[in-house]
Design a protein around this ligand. Structure first.
Ligand code: F6R
Length: 368
């Protein structure tokens, strides 16, 4: 039931604040993250020396966002890998490796095969899954469910924000258990996370401008997305959503990579979304991203910046600015992705496409 919305996707984007709030619920105690499902695993979490996150598609981008936060908080090396690539090379993993799979459906065959391979190799497995009792959840040593609710639209939206939330909760839980951060610092991060749902809601309330932009851009042949740090996987997510829903060639790049090749793509009129980190939270990266914007605009790019509201540097340099509320640097991706989800949906709608059932795609990919 679409509950009055024009599509399941529109309904599910509107549920992103709840997906985050419901995933946090029951997992904070006295200002600290305590995930009940992970009780009894403290010894394991102190013992591990490495984390590998495996997933496909959107879930892999959530995993990439997770790597930045878990390394920052828990001081343990974390890498992310596509399940199907991980499975068929010869990854070096052992009993001190924790392999975290991220999957909305919990049935993605590529990820299931990678989880089985990790178990057989002696690694410990943790599943971040949205579907109760799914195969990947059942076959893992532990499960942290995302509580995004059923996701019907083929393109993942609320499951993505819930996956990042679950990875953040895990990172905060791990940091507490490993004693890598002070309780005060961890409590400040928990507060930031708890503030996210209202901030997402405020972006949803101002979506008219994004819809307009999407209508203006409906004839675009290609759209580029740039981001750095946690903004990089958000750029990749924005590009994937546009490809799958609007059938527009879209690519996401790490901002620092532009001069190593992709800048050759910039020609007059080329639309480029840029995820701009907060000037307060990212004093070093912010000016670098602003100079990237200036460089591509000098070559004629049309820049749509997603930036913290009131960012004075971005206003004169971008063509369009989509403001997002103030948040700590690690929490910005949960906000910056919302306009990109809306943009892809609106652009597909403007082209008269079925946003819930894009061509050639299935909700759950149960073949390798
Ligand atoms: C993109 C999308 C896919 C899935 C991917 C993994 O919008 O929906 O990229 O994210 O197929 O699916 P799950 O999370 O079910 O393993």
């Amino acid at each position: 039931d679409k509950g009055g919305w024009s599509s399941f996707m529109a309904k599910e984007i509107s549920e992103e604040p709840d997906a985050v709030a419901n995933t946090i619920r029951g997992r904070v105690e006295g200002g600290q993250v305590v995930i009940p499902e992970l009780a009894g695993l403290d010894e394991l979490f102190v013992d591990i020396n490495r984390i590998v996150i495996i997933a496909c598609g959107t879930a892999a981008y959530a995993g990439t966002v997770g790597t930045y936060a878990i390394e920052r908080w828990a001081g343990i090396p974390v890498t992310v890998e596509l399940s199907h690539e991980f499975r068929y090379r010869d990854p070096v993993i052992d009993a001190r490796t924790l392999v975290i799979s991220v999957s909305q459906s919990g049935e993605t065959m590529d990820t299931l095969m990678a989880v089985r391979f990790a178990s057989e190799s002696g690694a410990k497995t943790l599943s971040i899954c949205n579907t109760q009792g799914a195969t990947i959840a059942r076959e893992s040593d532990a499960v942290v469910y995302t509580h995004a609710g059923p996701e019907v639209a083929v393109a993942s939206t609320k499951a993505f924000t819930a996956q990042i939330t679950a990875l953040y909760l895990f990172g905060l839980h791990l940091a507490r258990v490993r004693g890598t951060q002070t309780p005060e610092f961890l409590a400040s991060q928990v507060e930031e996370l708890q503030a996210v749902p209202d901030k997402i809601a405020s972006i949803l309330g101002a979506s008219e401008k994004i819809a307009q932009l999407a209508h203006w851009m409906a004839d675009s042949r290609a759209v580029l997305f740039l981001g750095r740090h946690v903004g990089y996987p958000i750029a990749l997510e924005g590009a994937l959503k546009l490809k799958e829903l609007a059938y527009i060639h879209a690519e996401g790049f790490a901002g620092g990579e532009l001069k190593h090749g992709p800048i050759a793509l910039i020609e007059p009129g080329q639309p480029v979304f840029v995820v701009v980190p907060s000037p307060r939270g990212s004093a070093i990266l912010h000016p670098k991203v602003i100079s990237t914007i200036e460089e591509i605009r000098a070559r004629g790019a049309r820049v749509i910046a997603i930036a913290e509201q009131g960012d004075a540097a971005v206003l004169p340099s971008a063509d369009e600015v989509i403001p997002i509320p103030l948040a700590g640097p690690l929490f910005e991706p949960l906000l910056a992705v919302i306009p990109l989800h809306i943009f892809a949906m609106e652009l597909a709608t403007a082209k008269g496409l079925d946003v819930d059932q894009p061509r050639n795609l299935a909700k759950s990919v149960t073949v390798e």
